[in-house]
Design a protein around this ligand. Structure first.
Ligand code: KIV
Ligand code: ZN
Length: 506
């Protein structure tokens, strides 16, 4: 019989640790609701002790989202575990996920603890967590670089103390598939009480092997895979949910395993996470990239016309990709707009729907057909905006073959109107120089990207910029039918994020 592999989604915890991907609690709730539709088994909603925002995010999701188990992360410390338990109090099914490192380098250099101290702390943490919930997961951080005999002792002790899930992370993305598979195999064979727990894996992508390592572990008996939507996460990211799930689905008979994921929700979830975090999905990304199902070569196109199976191992429909569909137009009413938002996975207050609807009406006047992608851009701009220090009031740009590009920009800065003019190497450069002069911003522009959201010359242009200041990276986005206006909005969005208070971090 095919094994059912549990999907533990950590987009809202490890994914959110990705530079520039932080989300506020309402954004996290929206993503969590979509993850529930995707039917993930567990949502790791955050790290409650990390900050007040993290605590609130987990508390809100635990109170509102039904279906998946809701997990909160905690170091193997009393205060972390109690804080996680507090945040998970209203969950239908709560999991406390506690961890401590087991590799020599982490124990000696970071924790300054002996092996016996770590073993004792792991057991105490699991026992304490079990006082709050029956569902406790224990992770041996940096497991892939740990001594396997010691790791097996810790795993055995954690299971005996009451952990129902044992996670084996490749924290630094160092493992290789054959080696990692063998390590999981050893744990399965060597730990006497292993049958009393689900063995989970959590792989990082530093060498681009996170998905391969996770799948090798499944072949060796792992029953849970921890992953993130679009593979976002710390450094090079985590194993990508969509790649793990679609590999298990496409090659189910090889793995003799499958998941409970509603795969038709994958693309929508990917778009939602990308829109909210501003983490653009690379075009050649497997499963959800813009080119994932685009066949350019004549030979391939010819083959596909004769029989799709010649070059297509999975269909776009199986992950919920349909052609850009005209969805709404200028005659669409508030009711249709609200229904569309619900269908797209957004759950917004009446006030937010009103704001988004007003903007939609303006866009529908400019553009005959409004697509889902346009609506996503509206939501990002109108709803998922952090409080604005800098607001765009007016912009006028002159450029052409024989003129020096010149931008006049008026901003509202902390409620005060300021106007300035600068020239530049092009219209965008002139705009950015003008804004920089007015805001005195120290942020450094790392990248600038522009794309048309849908086809046609009347399409919304979406600009994404990445900026860095004092070691902090943020992503700014702006959309408009005029790409210079979109560029100004994206730049200001990034500056507003940099100006927004730093999140508390551990
Ligand atoms: O990468 C890691 O080791 C983690 C643990 C906290 C599970 O994220
Ligand atoms: Zn991790």
């Amino acid at each position: 019989m095919s094994r059912r592999i549990k999907i533990f989604d950590t987009t809202l915890r490890d994914g959110e640790q990705c530079p520039g991907a932080s989300m506020n609690k309402e954004e996290k709730l929206t993503v969590a609701r979509q993850l529930a539709k995707l039917n993930v088994d567990i949502i790791e909603a955050g790290f409650p002790i990390a900050s007040e925002d993290d605590f609130e995010g987990v508390r809100l999701i635990a109170a509102e989202v039904r279906g998946p188990v809701i997990a909160g992360l905690a170091r193997a410390r009393k205060e972390d575990i109690e804080r996680a338990a507090g945040a998970l109090k209203d969950a239908e099914r709560a999991r406390i996920h506690t961890f401590i490192a087991t590799s020599e380098i982490h124990m000696q250099r970071k924790l300054k603890m002996s092996r016996e101290d770590v073993l004792e702390a792991a057991v105490a943490a699991v026992k304490l967590a079990r006082q709050f919930t029956d569902d406790v997961e224990f992770s041996a951080e940096d497991a892939s670089r740990s001594d396997v005999d010691f790791l097996c002792r810790v795993v055995e002790a954690a299971i005996r103390a009451g952990a129902g899930t044992i996670n084996i992370p490749d924290t630094v993305g160092y493992a290789l598939p054959a080696e990692f598979g063998e390590m999981i195999g050893r744990i399965m064979n060597q730990v006497p009480n292993v049958d009393n727990a689900v063995i989970s894996v959590h792989c990082h992508n530093d060498l681009g092997l996170a998905v391969a390592n996770s799948l090798a572990a499944v072949l060796s008996g792992a029953g849970q895979v921890e992953c993130t939507v679009n593979g976002i996460g710390e450094r090079a990211g985590n194993a990508s949910l969509e790649e793990v799930v679609m590999t298990l689905k496409t090659r189910g008979s090889f793995f003799n395993a499958d998941t409970g994921i509603v795969t038709q929700e994958i693309y929508k979830t990917s778009r939602l996470v990308s829109t909210i975090t501003g983490m653009v999905v690379q075009p050649n990304k497997a499963i959800v990239g813009a080119n994932a199902f685009a066949h350019e070569s004549g030979i391939h196109q010819d083959g596909l016309l004769k029989d799709k199976r010649t070059y297509e191992i999975l269909t776009p429909e199986s992950v919920g990709i349909t052609a850009h569909k005209f969805v709404l137009g200028k005659h669409s009413g508030r009711h249709a707009f609200r229904n569309k938002l619900t269908e797209m996975g957004y759950s917004l207050s009446d006030e937010d729907i009103h704001k988004a609807f007003e903007r939609f009406k303006r866009l529908a006047d400019q553009k005959k057909e409004v697509f889902e992608e346009d609506i996503e851009a509206i939501i990002t701009e109108e709803i998922y905006r952090i409080p604005e220090k800098y607001g765009l009031k007016y912009i006028h740009v002159e450029s052409g073959s024989d003129v020096t590009p010149t931008a006049t920009v008026e901003l509202e800065i902390d409620g005060r109107s300021v106007r300035n003019v600068s020239t530049g190497d092009g219209p965008v450069d002139a705009t950015y120089r003008t804004i920089k002069a007015m805001t005195q911003a120290a942020g450094h522009l790392l990248s600038y990207e522009v794309k048309a959201i849908t086809g046609g010359t009347d399409a919304l242009g979406e600009v994404t910029v990445r900026m860095e200041e004092g070691g902090r990276t943020v992503v700014g986005q702006g959309a408009d039918t005029d790409i210079i206006v979109a560029s100004a909005k994206a730049y200001l969005n990034a500056l507003n994020k940099l100006a927004h208070k730093e999140r508390g971090q551990i």
